[in-house]
Structure formats: structure tokens, C-alpha cells
Write a protein of this length. Structure first.
Length: 609
């Protein structure tokens, strides 16, 4: 048999090598996308602290926006994406040539990537992990198309590998996410039941003429009503829009309800207490207030509905068109909207929200009682109907007097679930072993409120009135030693934690607490030289102290503490637990509410609670 020319063999070789390289690109692209989606899934499940995925970030915007979940089923897009890319990766790994199933899966992924990237660009936010996933989808499509030029595998294990991995990964992730969502839903239902019961059982109050009514500037419904609803809102808040939908439904039924709103835009431009989460929230609030000033209550509610219908976002041209459609004089409206009075009104509402201890929007009150668990399905609708079914007498807003923030924070602690914190993992503890109050604080030596919480707590660990056993867990907000923090807020945080641990190595618990106290009192201007001088004044040999700080095992101790904080769900510092219940917030105006918490905890312990 004649031999084929060498040139034919040479021509046959490059396509084979090219096919292999395109397959490698497909595997790499799918792997990168799987990794990016996995990070987003973990951020969704809150199992890890992900850099760039905190409040106000592109990740948060992606998860909380319209593209953050799949319509109808409600699954988070990150979970579906992780399953999809896992299936594509399995497809690439299960065959040398591209099957039609893998080719069409890659095409579908590229189309979806372009769609989601367009949504990201249109929303004005940027999510690094989303971009990596989208880029991987596009590169995977290119690799699949180029591989298909060398021929499509008609018989291949790829379809089974792709579908199998997709189903398994999706099933696992949805099950895990479903468990988390079920726990959150249960918590919301419990909170809703407690607050509704309080509303129903709340005794009627006299209406002292000297007391101001608790309601917004513009009311819908009668002045005296059986159910009086007040909502602190933000026009760009999706949850606020859902609550508005429920409220509108109740009002349309003609039920005996009085409803009003107060402004709490989540934008630091007009609200110094809020993060810059919603770019147009302040302008939306100004538009609503301007409408009220120009046209009164009816005009306010017209603008209110227009703003919610648009998610609080509008361009100059869209606002002009809206003003014309609603009959507002453009020049007058814009002059009022950019004037001082609207900001004064917004500021008044913001200040009241802070006095009442607002943590997020919406914050809802019915007859002066806060509606907790508002994120349960149709919570507002159910709570209002329960109140009306109890047949309370109609009253005006003067009958409603919500408690201040300090009282709210104490109630939040009282209602928190008891969480177990393993004693074996709490290395630094002081105070009587039989103390009725058990306090655990996760904090950073350079963070001011950590020092305040720590100082008050340590007052009750010694002396005749000692009734607290206190454990401090260092959680440096410094990425150089703590992989569970999203930022480096305090560049000396890791060194300070090392100093405290080194003191403990040299002189046990007493040494740790001596250095601990010094660090809390000298957090500003902290340097290695200052800590070394302090070590000498605190009774440590400076050379031995410096050597102790260099011991590698102390890095492991700090990492273990940070891991414990992450496992406990730490999102901000200090994180404080009193008798196993988290004190989510304890600073109200100029008061440290921890004192009230300690007092009630002691009383409950004394009564065997």
C-alpha cells in the first residue's frame, strides 16, 4: 500500500492540536465562571465574607435587583448560574469533541451573559464576580463554536455529563438555600405574630391634647380610624414598593384605615445616617415633598404613586414628562424641589426615624406599634386585618406613641434567639465563674464603639458588684491577618491583636487583660514603638514581648478568633452577646443601652428565667 505524503500528515495535525487548545479554553472559562458564581452563592448564603459584596456594593445591587432571581421560581440567579456552569464544565471534561448539547448550552450561556451584562450597565452598578462569570460564558461559547468547526460529536457522554452535573448542583444549592430561606421565613412569621398580638391586645390610650400626633404630613383616610398606618419609606427600596402595594390594596377596599408616610432615603446626600445605597433616593423624596408643597395632599399622593411605579428613578426628561402629565407647573415645581424647605422636611423625618431606632426601610407602625416581620408574605395586609377584626375603637394619631430607640433595642435583644458560643473557643475570659450575666464581645482594638462596650462591661467584672463574666474575641478589621473582613479599616488592628496575645503568652490571663486595657485606652495613634514602651510600663520585658509577637502560632490564634466571628454571622463590630442573645444595636443618641440590657439580664437570672 502506498504511503501518504508527509505533507498530508502535517496538514491533519494542526486541527487536532487546535481542537485541544479550544477545549482547554472551554474548561478554563467554565472553571472561572463556576468559581465566580460559587463566591456569589456563598455571599448569598452568608457563609463567607466576600470582598466587594457588602452593603451598597455591585454584588448587593445584583442580588437585590430584578435580575437577582429567576422569575416564577424565585431561585437566586447566582445559584442557577453555578449549576449551569458546573454542567458546562462537566460537558467539556466528559468528551474531547463538542456535542450538539454542549454547543447549544454554550450559545444559551453567551446570550444570557450579554443580557445580564446589559442589565448591569443599565442599572449603573459593577459586580466583579458577575463580570468574570459573564466573560467565562462568552469565552466558552467562542471555544465551543471553534471546536464545532472540527466536527460535532454525534455520540458523546457530554449531554449526560452536562445535564447530570446541572441537576445535582442545582438540587444541592436550592436545597441549602431553601433551608436558609425557610429559617428566615419562620423568623419573619414569628416576629409578625408577636407584633400583631401586641397591636391587637394594646389597651386604648387617652388622647392628651398636649401630645403631637404620630403620622406623616399627608394622610389618606379619615383622621380617626381603627387602624393607623405610618411607614418610613424610600422610593428606591424594593421592599417598600411591596409594602406600598399591600397598603394600596387595603385602601382601595375602603377599610377604616388612615395611612401616611415619612421619608428615610437610603442616600447620604440628604440622610447622614444612611449609606449611599440608592443613587436617586434623595431626589425622589424631594420630588414627593415638592409635590406636596405645590399642590397639597392630593398632589403628594399622585407623585408618590408615580415615583413607586418607576422604582424612584427618573431622568430630567422623564420628570418633565411626568410633571406635564400630572399637571404641575414645571418652573415652580423645580424651584421648590431644589429649595431648602424640602430638605428640612426630609431631615425632620430622618431625625424622627433615628429617634425611633430605625435600622432599615420600610419601618412600619400600626397604631403606634412597630410591625416586625414585615417581610413575611402579605404581612401588612394580614396585620391590618387582624387589628380591624379585634374591633378597636377609632382614634386619631394622637393616641399613638411609639417607644424610643433605646426601648426598641432592649426589646430586640429580649426577642433574639439564644445562640450557643462554645466555651472552649473563648480564650480570654474575666469575671466570676458563677456570674448571672454572660457577655461575649467580638471587636477591634482600634474601633471606638468596641472600646465603649468593653469599658462598660469590664466595670461589672470585678469588685463588690461583679455580676458579669466577660469574654473578648479579637476580630481585627484588617485583611492582612483576617480573611473574613471585607475591608481594612484599621491598619494597626492585626498588630494590636498580636500584642494582646503576646502579653497573654508571657503572663497568662492577667497579662492579656493588662495589655487589653491599655490597647482599648490608647487606640488612636497606635504604633509598634508605643506598644513596646507600654509593655515595659505594664511589667513585661520589652525584648521578650517583641519576641513573643513574632511567634507564628499567634497568627493561627487570631485566625481562629476571626473564623469564630464569621461563623457567628458577624457583619459589623462590635458584635455583642448577653446571655447568648445578640444585642444587635445598643447606641441610641447619647445613651449606651447595654446598661439596660445588663439590668434586665440580671433580673431574669434572679427569677430563674
Amino acid at each position: 500500500m502506498p504511503r501518504k505524503p508527509a505533507t498530508d500528515s502535517a496538514k491533519a495535525e494542526p486541527p487536532t492540536r487546535a481542537l485541544a487548545w479550544w477545549r482547554v479554553l472551554g474548561i478554563v472559562a467554565a472553571s472561572a465562571s463556576v468559581a465566580a458564581c460559587a463566591v456569589l452563592v456563598m455571599a448569598h448564603l452568608r457563609h463567607v465574607s466576600v470582598p466587594g459584596c457588602g452593603a451598597g456594593s455591585g454584588c448587593a445591587a445584583a442580588a437585590g435587583g430584578r435580575l437577582g432571581s429567576i422569575p416564577l421560581v424565585g431561585w437566586p440567579t447566582s445559584i442557577v448560574g453555578a449549576a449551569y456552569f458546573a454542567g458546562v464544565l462537566a460537558g467539556w471534561l466528559s468528551g474531547a469533541r463538542v456535542s450538539r448539547a454542549l454547543l447549544w448550552a454554550a450559545r444559551l450561556g453567551a446570550v444570557a451573559a450579554v443580557f445580564f451584562a446589559g442589565g448591569m450597565a443599565g442599572g449603573g452598578w459593577f459586580c466583579t464576580y458577575c463580570v468574570i462569570a459573564h466573560a467565562g460564558a462568552v469565552l466558552g461559547w467562542v471555544a465551543a463554536e471553534r471546536s464545532a468547526h472540527a466536527g460535532v460529536a454525534e455520540k458523546s457522554w457530554q449531554p449526560m455529563g452536562l445535564a447530570g452535573a446541572w441537576v445535582v448542583v442545582l438540587g444541592v444549592l436550592v436545597a441549602v438555600s431553601g433551608g436558609r430561606e425557610k429559617a428566615a421565613a419562620t423568623k419573619a412569621e414569628e416576629s409578625l405574630a408577636r407584633s400583631t398580638e401586641t397591636m391587637v391586645r394594646r389597651p386604648g390610650e387617652a388622647e392628651p391634647a398636649a401630645r403631637m400626633g404620630f403620622e406623616g404630613r399627608y394622610r389618606r383616610g379619615p383622621a380617626a380610624a381603627a387602624a393607623r398606618v405610618v411607614i418610613f419609606t424610600d422610593y428606591q427600596c424594593p421592599d417598600c414598593k411591596e409594602i406600598e402595594r399591600q397598603l394600596e390594596g387595603l385602601l382601595r377596599e375602603g377599610l377604616p384605615i388612615a395611612a401616611s408616610v415619612k421619608m428615610f432615603p437610603l442616600n447620604s446626600e440628604c440622610n447622614p445616617h444612611a449609606p449611599a445605597m440608592h443613587a436617586n433616593a434623595c431626589w425622589a423624596a424631594r420630588a414627593a415633598e415638592a409635590a406636596g408643597i405645590v399642590g397639597g395632599a392630593e398632589a403628594f399622593w399622585r407623585m408618590h404613586a408615580w415615583l413607586f411605579a418607576r422604582g424612584g428613578a427618573f431622568t430630567d426628561a422623564e420628570l418633565d414628562a411626568g410633571l406635564a402629565a400630572m399637571g404641575f407647573p414645571r418652573e415652580t415645581f423645580l424651584r421648590v424641589m431644589t429649595g431648602a424647605e424640602v430638605n428640612v422636611r426630609i431631615g425632620t423625618d430622618v431625625a424622627e426615624g433615628m429617634r425611633l431606632g430605625i435600622a432599615q426601610t420600610p419601618m412600619i407602625f400600626i397604631n403606634g406599634v412597630e410591625l416586625k416581620g414585615w417581610n413575611a408574605p402579605n404581612a401588612l395586609d394580614r396585620a391590618v386585618r387582624a387589628v380591624l377584626a379585634a374591633s378597636p375603637a377609632a382614634a386619631t394619631s394622637v393616641a399613638d406613641a411609639p417607644p424610643d430607640g433605646a426601648t426598641r433595642f432592649l426589646a430586640d435583644w429580649r426577642e433574639s434567639p439564644v445562640r450557643s458560643i462554645p466555651e472552649a473557643e473563648l480564650a480570654h475570659t474575666v469575671g466570676p465563674a458563677d456570674a448571672p450575666i454572660r457577655v461575649v464581645i467580638f471587636g477591634d482594638y482600634q474601633e471606638p464603639t468596641t472600646a465603649e462596650a468593653d469599658g462598660l462591661t469590664r466595670l461589672y467584672t470585678t469588685g463588690e458588684r461583679a455580676n458579669i463574666r466577660y469574654s473578648f474575641v479579637p476580630f481585627p478589621v484588617d485583611q492582612s491577618c483576617n480573611p473574613f473582613t471585607q475591608v481594612t479599616a484599621f491598619p494597626m488592628a492585626c498588630r494590636a491583636a498580636l500584642a494582646a496575645e503576646a502579653a497573654g503568652v508571657l503572663d497568662g490571663p492577667e497579662g492579656f487583660w493588662r495589655m487589653h486595657g491599655w490597647l482599648m485606652a490608647n487606640r488612636e495613634g497606635l504604633t509598634d514603638e508605643a506598644m513596646l514602651r507600654a509593655a515595659g510600663s505594664l511589667g513585661f520585658d520589652p525584648a521578650a514581648f517583641a519576641e513573643a509577637m513574632q511567634q507564628p502560632f499567634l497568627q493561627d490564634v487570631i485566625l481562629a478568633n476571626a473564623r469564630l466571628g464569621n461563623r457567628m454571622g458577624l457583619r459589623s463590630i462590635p458584635m455583642v452577646f448577653v446571655n447568648g442573645k445578640q444585642v444587635a444595636r445598643w447606641k441610641w443618641e447619647n445613651e449606651n443601652v447595654l446598661g439596660r440590657v445588663f439590668l434586665e439580664a440580671a433580673e431574669h437570672a434572679g427569677h430563674g428565667h
